[in-house]
Design a protein around this ligand. Structure first.
Ligand code: GAL
Length: 423
């Protein structure tokens, strides 16, 4: 861990404020804030919703066209951060808040690409989701940022756009597009994105897939599906075959909500997803081109109701960190280890320690990635959801540590730096 540089927060914050005052930039911070408030209000007016049937007005949808120079926001900003500061608004190199939630990071040819869902506009709760507090904003697509030091992120714009003019389309603004993850298919030289796509009431529970020639997109949407139609899991038992939900979805395909992708050293890729009405996780091998399920999957963490999976490999073992199912509200993370992605998985308990560890530091995991070139350096990416103002949701990125038995440990840091050079 000595390769990771940790800084005390107070000194840096004082310098930051002093610089703002010195450079006369303080008013600039306030004006964009006012403008932001105004535009959010305008969107709230147009996003009129007929909640009874869970439909919203299409006027609230925004069309995004791919353009590497396009910016999600055009407001002038302030100085981007010099360190990673979990929970604090994280500005891109234009000074605008980074808008890439529930996402993941891909490292490709020395550059990190951060993909995530765009949370923008008014937060509302459709009547069909009111019982469980399922607030949402209109679906805005998937954004992408690039960085070489994991601190300074350049906005590359929307790489997978929402589709506002086709109400039946998976990417229509009334739908759900969550937890996008991108992996690279080296042989085909393709970037493949998987995401959770859903109906507004989360009943469709499908995986969507898109493909691109460049990490900066544009991604072409290929469609969605329920997984592993007509196939029993590799570890199925006779009683599983009578299981209410598993058997129900045998014919039409298994549900997939919160998800992540994991590529093993041998190039095999797996999708981990919350299935069976979120009660049980599935691990599904992907086809050789990474575009669909290969037809081989296992049930893991049966009836443990785990979601927000993040997977990594260390010392030949596979580790998973996931959450309980409590919607946007935080809960205690869980960790587990296995000798193969299909399991059996052994639970290792909550990896977080210290204050607020019982609520994952007020966050929910989304992805874990290794920092190449740094021995044993893994970053835990999590989201601090703001249930009633989703657009203000924050990021909690923390360095992972490991105890003597190899169990993952995550401690809070006010700020830290991965110590990568920014040439
Ligand atoms: C959480 C899930 C998020 C999102 C949210 C909706 O349980 O982890 O990805 O789906 O519910 O309320």
């Amino acid at each position: 861990m000595r390769m990771w540089n940790f800084f005390s927060s107070r000194g840096v914050f004082r310098t930051y404020l002093t610089n703002l005052v010195r450079d006369g930039l303080l008013p600039l911070l306030l004006i964009p804030g006012l403008l932001l408030g105004e535009s959010t209000l305008r969107q709230a007016e147009t996003a009129s919703m007929t909640s009874a049937n869970c439909k919203i007005s299409e006027k609230s949808c925004r069309v995004w066209k791919h353009d590497a120079h396009h910016r999600i926001n055009c407001r002038p900003g302030s100085i981007p951060a010099a360190t990673i500061r979990p929970g604090v608004v994280w500005k891109d190199t234009d000074g605008n808040p980074i808008n890439a939630h529930g996402g993941g990071v891909l490292h490709h040819q020395g550059v990190y690409y951060w993909y995530g869902m765009v949370l923008e506009g008014r937060t509302y709760v459709p009547a069909c989701n009111a019982s469980w507090g399922g607030t949402r904003v209109v679906a805005n697509g998937v954004s992408c940022y690039r960085s070489v030091d994991l601190i300074h992120w350049q906005n590359l714009g929307i790489v997978l756009s929402a589709v506002p003019d086709q109400p039946d389309h998976d990417l229509h603004c009334d739908k759900v597009i969550e937890r996008p993850k991108v992996i690279y298919h080296a042989k085909n030289r393709k970037f493949v994105m998987w995401m959770h796509v859903d109906s507004i009431d989360y009943k469709a529970a499908k995986s969507g897939v898109a493909i691109a020639d460049s990490p900066a997109g544009p991604f072409q949407y290929l469609g969605s599906f329920r997984s592993n139609v007509g196939i029993w899991p590799t570890n199925v038992t006779d009683s599983d075959k009578k299981d209410r939900i598993l058997a129900r979805d045998f014919v039409g395909g298994q549900m997939a909500r919160d998800m992540t992708l994991f590529v093993d050293d041998d190039g095999k890729a797996y999708q981990f997803y919350a299935s069976e009405e979120n009660t049980t996780m599935h691990v599904s091998l992907l086809s050789d081109d990474y575009l669909k399920p290969a037809g081989k999957f296992a049930r893991v963490f049966v009836n443990r109701s785990m979601e927000a999976p993040a997977v990594f490999k260390r010392g030949g073992k596979y580790y998973l960190i996931a959450s309980d199912c409590t919607g946007w509200k935080p809960n205690a993370a869980r960790s587990a280890v296995a000798d193969h992605p299909f399991g059996p998985w052994k639970e290792l308990g909550n990896p977080c320690v210290g204050d607020a560890s019982e609520i994952t530091f007020d966050a929910q995991g989304t992805h874990i990635f290794r920092v190449p070139g740094k021995m044993d350096a893994f970053v835990f990416m999590a989201d601090r959801w703001k249930q009633w103002n989703l657009a203000d949701s924050r990021y909690v990125w923390l360095p992972m540590q490991f105890d003597a038995q190899g169990k993952p440990v995550i401690r809070w840091r006010d700020e830290w730096s991965p110590g990568l050079k920014n040439p």
